[in-house]
Design a protein around this ligand. Sequence first.
Ligand SMILES: O=C(O)c1ccccc1NCC(=O)[C@H](O)[C@H](O)COP(=O)(O)O
Length: 232
Amino acid sequence: MSRTMIKLCGNHSFQDLKYSVASGVPYIGLVFAESKRKVDPLECSKWLEQIEKGRSQKYVGVFVNPSLLEIASVLQYVPLDIIQFHGDENPEQVIEAKMATGLTVWKAIHHNEKALVKMKSFYHIADGYVIDSKVNGAWGGTGKRFDWDAIPAYQKEAQIQGVPCFIAGGITPDNVSEILNYRPDGIDISSGIETMWRKDARKIQKLIEIIENFCDNNYNSMLKSNNNTFSL
Ligand SMILES: O=C(O)c1ccccc1NCC(=O)[C@H](O)[C@H](O)COP(=O)(O)O
């Protein structure tokens, strides 16, 4: 059983970034769309210069319906590894950006009755998905969860497409155990690791401990049920 991946999103200060990078999670999110968590590319590049991230950690830039120019103006300063499209971009726009930048692209899909059809339209285009809640007037970072019973259908579609599926929206250290029972490839969290809009090191640590314990326990019970033993 593979570990659930973690993306800590919406880092919008030097201190936020330091906490998220130090946690060792594989994905660090930066929002370049209109939001109270929006970061300025130049300022962000100065923070990043002072931070040594782990070799395998990746920076994910979150955009909402961006033009190519907008993406380029961020990439000029910030060495993003992944572009996350969090608006209502169509497949053509995502292909165009993917070709122009050569970067990995993730597509956010907002949970609703048409979401699976939308997800299918990004087959062979999106390199990963973030399934999020949609709240009027906000594209993301709302702290609101959707009906998690819908998760298996999204996971199944991502599996067919051979790409990872992150679940977002209202996840917190207090409810993450519940979502782990759905075995998501990854979780994407912003509000749930904040206190007064700033990343909270204690919440991050609690989140990671819960996920690591859950994954280790499941791995161990899987070994037991397969009757596997290690010999020294
Ligand atoms: O975080 C934002 O403010 C934001 C604004 C506009 C588009 C996307 C945004 N966040 C994207 C994310 O990947 C968040 O982690 C995701 O929406 C979950 O947020 P939360 O419910 O606060 O954990």
